[in-house]
Design a protein around this ligand. Structure first.
Ligand code: SF4
Ligand code: FES
Length: 252
């Protein structure tokens, strides 16, 4: 029995480089299997474009299983496509219907300059982490597994925050292009561990200062970030970061 496939009308953002002019280009994707992932559908389209001697669509990807945070597509206006807890690479074509029009655009934020088509430069996130998202400890030899006890509640809160994959969807969804959910997740996973305590307040200030320097906006508590986060990071971490920031400023 032959598989039922779909024909879709794609409108994909094409832009040759940061300074080039961009526009939505229309493509017809035929023979799309509902079992394909969204990125596989783009792979097939790219093969067809290359067979015709056209430039393939540039898009970021790596693990294709929701781990690395590389896939950065705004699909029909929503970062990662709007399915709870799902990255663009985990989105399957069964979520679409034959004949659907699908709009595919890059993350749009001043601090994420466009590289080409759907690829943006997210190195600002690396610089924020380098500014303070670590614990500078002289660890010596490997300690015994149970030498530093962590209460279960704190361990769970740290693990929830550590799930952030640094994709940047939170920035793309925010009307202020704020990176607060990302920064707060990175600060929170250390904040809840004993190893993170010595630099807790200086870390909060250093990371937020770097976020501001990179050109991300401030948080207005709209919570769009939480709604699109594929790792379902709670805005609770932002409240924690703001508390630590206030203490850091008081200490200053
Ligand atoms: S907080 Fe969520 S949306 Fe933001 S970078 Fe981390 S995983 Fe991505
Ligand atoms: S490609 Fe790694 S999370 Fe999507």
């Amino acid at each position: 029995m032959s598989e039922k496939t779909m024909t879709l009308k794609l409108h994909v953002w094409r832009q040759p480089g940061a300074n080039g002019t961009g526009k939505l280009q229309e493509y017809t994707a035929e023979g799309v299997s509902p079992h394909m992932s969204f990125l596989e559908m783009l792979d097939v389209l790219n093969e067809k474009l290359m067979a015709k001697g056209e430039e393939p669509i540039a898009f970021d990807h790596d693990c294709r299983e929701g781990i690395c945070g590389m896939c950065s597509l705004v699909i029909n206006g929503i970062p990662h496509g709007g399915h709870r807890g799902v990255t663009a690479c985990q989105l399957h074509m069964r979520n679409f219907k034959d004949g659907d029009a699908i709009y595919v655009e890059p993350w749009r934020a001043k601090a994420f300059p466009l590289v080409r088509d759907l690829v943006v430069d997210r190195s600002a996130f690396d610089r924020i982490v380098a500014a303070g998202g670590y614990a500078s400890l002289n660890t010596g030899g490997a300690p015994d597994g149970n030498a530093i006890l962590v209460p279960k509640k704190e361990a769970d809160l740290a693990m929830d925050a550590a799930a952030c994959i640094g994709c940047g969807a939170c920035v793309a969804a925010c009307k202020n292009a704020s990176a607060m959910l990302f920064v707060a997740a990175k600060a929170s996973h250390l904040r809840h561990l004993p190893q993170g305590q010595p630099e807790r307040y200086t870390r909060a200030k250093a990371m937020v200062d770097q976020m501001d320097k990179e050109g991300f906006g401030t948080c207005s508590n709209y919570s769009q970030c939480e709604a699109v986060c594929p790792k379902e990071i709670s805005t609770r971490v932002i409240a924690e970061l703001n508390r630590d920031l206030l203490v850091a400023q008081t200490k200053d």
